[in-house]
Design a protein around this ligand. Structure first.
Ligand SMILES: O=C(O)CCC(=O)C(=O)O
Ligand SMILES: [Fe+2]
Length: 390
């Protein structure tokens, strides 16, 4: 584990550490999960209506949240944001219909490319790789470029004109909102002209920007070998994430490395926003990339989440966390492969791949992993296995 020299000095003198840290760390809220008290981390709330007018105070606040934390709540309850909340509800209805369809219908085209198509449950590493788990969700991704061209390749079950309008509205709303945030961040970083972040996220240039719709299955269907979503940072520049249900956990960055995994509470009328690797790299590593995973908060429930990944144009160049010059497209493809690789291969890839070069110290789960991992679970034998075709 790497520490900066000041961290080492503090660790040799724990009393000084306490004195320094006491005023800056709030006592975390906690929640009981799997018989343990787990932190519930707080985050800043940014008002979308204020960002829309580049309110100077809100621009400072969103920049600070990205530089210090790498995540925030975005309050969408004003007039302009409410349209997105409506799109979210329409998308949820479409998701229910899609995920209830037979596997053959959902997998009509398979995974067409890494940012587009259907991924069945168990395609990637899961939330607790030490126990050899795979992920516990199925997912449908719709590409922004294809929606813009008016020719999205989506399975027939959700391809009537009403469905396509829902997808188009949601992708349009998410695109506008993430661009407003990006623009505020350019302003906050004093970027002008071509150097502004928006200029590497142009609508008419190819990118892997995508809308990802996820369904986490209850453990009665998946058993305890397919659980949640592995710890990672996002490939994106910004992620706009909607889930009304608990399950998302983050590791807040600390001066000596990330603190332990804790839940973040869904907040009515708000989305979660994560800074992803591309914006961290484009900011010269000044911004934090959000380390997060998803665990079954309530293993008996189906969980639904919607994530819009705003990504830089494919040929945007940046220096990654290993000091390599890479394009956004290359970073996307390499990291996607790492997500789907088995844990042993993942461990051989540079650390920067899965965590975008973010530093960690200590354990994800200092009190140990949850007990349900070793408890026998009755698996629904009818659950169909289907291989990922990429
Ligand atoms: O399902 C969630 O809440 C988060 C999903 C996620 O982290 C991702 O798709 O990158
Ligand atoms: Fe993520």
């Amino acid at each position: 584990m790497k520490h900066s020299s000041s961290c080492h000095a503090l660790l040799r003198n724990p009393e000084r550490l306490l004195n320094i840290m006491a005023p800056t760390i709030d006592a975390p809220q906690t929640v009981e999960w799997q018989g343990k008290k787990v932190p519930v981390w707080s985050m800043q709330t940014i008002d979308y209506a204020l960002l829309l007018s580049q309110d100077p105070g809100e621009v400072d606040k969103v920049l600070k949240a990205c530089l210090e934390d790498g995540y925030f709540y975005l309050d969408l309850q004003g007039l302009d944001g409410r349209r997105m909340l409506n799109d979210q509800q329409e998308t949820l209805k479409l998701m229910h219909r899609f995920f209830e369809a037979p596997i053959e219908a959902k997998n009509e085209f398979g995974l067409i490319s890494s940012h587009l198509g259907y991924e069945p449950v168990g395609s990637r590493t899961g939330a607790f790789p030490g126990a050899g788990t795979k992920d516990g969700y199925e997912m449908l991704k719709v590409s922004r470029d294809e929606i813009q061209r008016g020719s999205p390749k989506v399975p027939a079950v959700i391809k009537n004109s009403g469905d396509l309008e829902v997808l188009e509205n949601t992708i349009g709303s998410c695109n506008t909102i993430t661009k407003v945030i990006l623009s505020a961040l350019s302003t906050g970083m004093n970027l002008t002209g071509a150097a502004r972040y928006e200029n590497t996220h142009r609508n008419d240039r190819p990118s892997t920007t995508t809308l990802s719709m996820m369904h986490y299955l209850p453990s009665s269907v998946t058993g305890n070998k397919k659980i949640g979503h592995q710890k990672h940072t996002d490939i994106s520049s910004l992620t706009l994430l909607f889930s009304e249900q608990w399950g998302l956990q983050i590791r807040p960055p600390g001066t000596c490395g990330a603190r332990e995994m804790g839940f973040v509470a869904p907040k009515p009328g708000c989305a979660f926003v994560h800074v992803g690797d591309s914006l961290r790299f484009a900011s010269g590593m000044k911004m934090q990339s959000c380390i997060h995973r998803v665990v079954p908060f309530n293993p008996t429930e189906d969980r639904y989440s919607i994530a819009y990944f705003l990504r830089a144009e494919d040929d945007t160049m940046f220096v990654d966390s290993e000091g390599r010059y890479v394009t956004a497209g290359q970073w996307h493809d390499e990291k996607f492969k790492a997500f789907t690789d088995p844990p042993l291969w993942q461990a051989m890839a540079p650390r920067s791949m899965i965590l975008g070069g973010m530093q960690e110290a200590g354990e994800d789960d200092p009190q140990g992993e949850p007990e349900f991992l070793s408890a026998p679970v009755a698996v629904n034998e009818g659950a169909q296995e289907i291989a990922l075709q990429a």
